[in-house]
Design a binder for this molecule. Structure first.
Ligand SMILES: [Zn+2]
Length: 105
């Protein structure tokens, strides 16, 4: 399996809409998100697992992804709700092929 992703950074445009003087955790030039540009799947099984949300690139349930790995996901029910965990995987759990991740800056 091969993932090609690209990093996107905050620009002036991102802050124009919210107003310049509004306090923000981010500033121009900070990493905004890493988006998948191309996904080459090794087998039908991983296709199903991605479709079902068990495996995927990056963070699960976060607005902006900053995680550079392909992960297996787990969910734990806690009193406050549900906690999502990510577990990095280096090879396909179904066919064993290596997972390659290429990130464009
Ligand atoms: Zn596979």
């Amino acid at each position: 399996m091969e993932v090609k992703a690209k990093k996107y950074y905050f620009t002036d445009k991102d802050f124009e809409a919210v107003g310049g003087d509004e306090e923000s955790r981010f500033k121009v030039g900070d990493l905004k998100e890493i988006k998948v540009e191309k996904l080459d799947l090794c087998c039908d099984e991983i296709d199903d697992a991605i479709e079902g949300g068990a495996i995927g690139f990056g963070d699960r349930k976060k607005e902006g992804n900053q995680n550079v790995n392909v992960n297996a996901y787990g969910a734990t029910v806690v009193p406050e709700g549900v906690r999502f965990d990510s577990f990095k995987i280096n090879s396909c759990p179904f066919c064993g092929k290596e997972i390659k991740v290429e990130i464009e800056e």
